[in-house]
Structures are given as structure tokens and as C-alpha cells.
Design a protein around this ligand. Structure first.
Ligand code: F6P
Ligand code: MN
Length: 322
């Protein structure tokens, strides 16, 4: 096998603060543990419901809880971490580390509806600087532009970890020895695409502009776009965004009329922002339904929702203009 750079060597080459390297290595190691539980499935009691409901009023799966515990425990034990926030927990959790410098926000197990059918799931992580060593919730409410790193792990045929620290995007594949080895050195998203991802079953609930955009795609070569489109929907954001980083495309989870007072389904702080950071660093674009970049949204709540459009730059522009 070719000698490959592992994650530790890659991070060392980026000249990052030591605390950030430690934080990222800790998150990456927790993802290896989560991968092992995902791979064990029914053999390790990882399938099915936990019996509880999370802060989003969603039924928690056992794996949601297991993944949350693994990440939380590992990160709070990392001296560089001042606190964590999770999709699965109502409130932020400050660490006991007096010298903690970073805040870590995460969706421990994205795509929970895929767990029991052995389809791709993942973990999404966003890292911010901690304004103080004893952070409050307000300290976590920083815009996506303040992120110092973002990563996701996708647990599919291969487990892959995709990372940015603001200097491009690199992809790593989990090797049998438990190391993340670089397999995708400088991921770039093509500006143009013929592939879109949206949950079509919500069509009747979308805003007019989203209806117009998707209608144009569906009309294909006979419609205003003059080209045929393909549609993909894995139902795990992490896997849909991974496809976009690998070959382009656009992902939409827009506002819809089902819950008109909520801005969308996905969460800003640990879904929209880290994925937008990765997509922008790979040359793509992100937007709320309008023209505002997701990372420019000023957060007001930890579990705030946001409409999400992201992917190939020209396609995101098409949606904004629809
Ligand atoms: O985290 C929420 C999530 O699981 C995303 O990963 C995914 O894109 C979406 O929900 C799927 O939603 P739906 O139920 O509409 O398919
Ligand atoms: Mn999620």
C-alpha cells in the first residue's frame, strides 16, 4: 500500500495551535469508536430506540445516546476543551479544564433514521474559540465565520473523515489499524452540477421559489435549464453533503409550511455551520433560502434551526435567483 499521511501528521503540517490539534485528534478518535459501534449494529445492541425524546422532540435512538456519550466524555477529558454542546442535550456542558480554549458543538449521530436499515450515518463537529474557560451558553452563540475547524465522519462502505481548519478540505479513510489516512488531499466541489438532493415528499409544503427551482430541474432538457438532472436523497445530511464534496451537486432542506414558525429542519450550530465551512472551503457555496450565507447568520439560540441550501456554487446561485 502507498505510504499515506495520517491525520496527526496532516494536522502537524498545518501549523495549528497545539490545543486545536488535541481537540481535533480527540474528536477524530471518538469517531473511530462510534464507527466501531455502528459496524457492530445488532451484535453490540446499537439498534433501536432508546425510549427517550431529545430537546428537539425527536425520538432518540440508542446509537444517538451512545455516540453522544462517547464524544462528550472524550472531549470533556481533553484539556484543551472548555465546553461542549450537543444536539442531544438541552444545555451546554462546560468542562472542568481551567486551561480550556475551545468550544466543540456536535451532532453525534446524523441521519438517525438510517441506523436500523444499515444505511449511511455520520457525526458532525464544529469548533469555536472559547471566550472564557468557564463558558456559558452565550459564549457558544458565535456565527459560523468564527469557526476554527469543522469536520464530519461518514460511516458508510468506508468510514471517512473530512476536515477543514480554514486551509482547504482534506479527506481521510479509516485504516484497519484505527488511523485516519489521507486519501483525498484537496477536495474541490465543481461549480456546475446536474444533481440535486431534496426530500421530494415535502414538495407541496415548499415556498414558491423552491417549487420553481425544482420544477425547472424536473423539466430537464425540455425546460428552462436546458439539461437533464439526477436526484439523490440519502436522508442523512452528512452522506448527502459527502456526495457533494466528492462529485458536486446541491442539497436543500428549505423552510416549509409544515411548521411555518420554524425556519427549517436542520440546526445552525452543529449542522448548517460546520457543513457550510467545509463546503465553502472546497469552493462551493451555502445559503439560507435567500441570499445570506449560512455562516453569516447571527445565532440567538443553541438549537436554532436554519433553512439550508449548499453545494456547487452556480447551482446555489440558481436557487437564490429562482
Ligand atoms: O439531522 C436531521 C436529518 O437526519 C438530516 O441528516 C437529514 O438530511 C434529514 O434529517 C432527513 O430528513 P427527512 O426526514 O426529511 O428525510
Ligand atoms: Mn443531524
Amino acid at each position: 500500500m502507498t505510504a499515506r499521511t495520517d491525520l496527526a501528521a496532516h494536522l502537524a503540517s498545518l501549523d495549528l495551535p497545539q490545543g486545536l490539534v488535541a481537540t481535533l485528534m480527540t474528536a477524530a478518535a471518538a469517531c473511530v469508536e462510534i464507527r466501531q459501534v455502528v459496524a457492530g449494529g445488532a451484535l453490540v445492541g446499537a439498534l433501536g430506540a432508546s425510549g427517550a425524546v431529545n430537546v428537539q422532540d425527536e425520538e432518540q435512538k440508542k446509537l444517538d445516546v451512545i455516540a453522544d456519550d462517547l464524544l462528550t466524555e472524550a472531549l470533556l477529558a481533553c484539556p484543551a476543551v472548555a465546553g461542549v454542546a450537543s444536539e442531544e442535550k438541552d444545555t451546554v456542558q462546560p468542562s472542568a479544564n481551567a486551561a480550556g480554549e475551545y468550544l466543540v458543538l456536535f451532532d453525534p449521530l446524523d441521519g438517525s433514521s438510517n441506523i436500523d436499515i444499515n444505511a449511511p450515518v455520520g457525526t458532525i463537529v464544529s469548533v469555536l474559540k472559547a471566550p472564557s474557560a468557564q463558558p456559558s451558553e452565550a459564549d457558544f452563540l458565535q456565527s459560523g465565520r468564527q469557526q476554527v475547524a469543522a469536520l464530519y465522519a461518514v460511516y458508510a462502505g468506508q468510514a471517512m473523515l473530512v476536515l477543514t481548519t480554514g486551509k482547504g478540505v482534506a479527506g481521510f479513510t479509516l485504516a484497519p489499524d484505527g488511523r485516519w489516512l489521507m486519501t483525498h488531499e484537496d477536495i474541490r466541489i465543481p461549480a456546475d452540477t446536474k444533481e440535486f438532493a431534496i426530500n421530494m415528499s415535502n414538495q407541496r409544503h415548499w415556498a414558491e421559489s423552491v417549487q420553481r427551482y425544482v420544477d425547472g430541474c424536473l423539466k430537464g432538457a425540455d425546460g428552462p435549464r436546458g439539461k437533464n438532472f439526477n436526484m439523490r436523497w440519502v436522508a442523512a445530511m452528512v452522506a448527502d453533503v459527502h456526495r457533494i464534496l466528492m462529485r458536486g451537486g446541491v442539497f436543500l432542506y428549505p423552510w416549509d409550511k409544515r411548521e411555518p414558525n420554524k425556519p427549517g429542519k436542520l440546526r445552525l450550530m452543529y449542522e448548517g455551520n460546520p457543513m457550510s465551512f467545509l463546503v465553502e472551503q472546497a469552493g462551493g457555496k451555502s445559503a439560507t433560502d435567500g441570499k445570506q450565507a449560512i455562516m453569516d447568520v447571527i445565532p440567538t439560540e443553541l438549537h436554532q434551526r436554519v433553512p439550508v441550501v449548499l453545494g456547487s456554487a452556480n447551482e446555489v446561485d440558481q436557487i437564490a435567483a429562482a
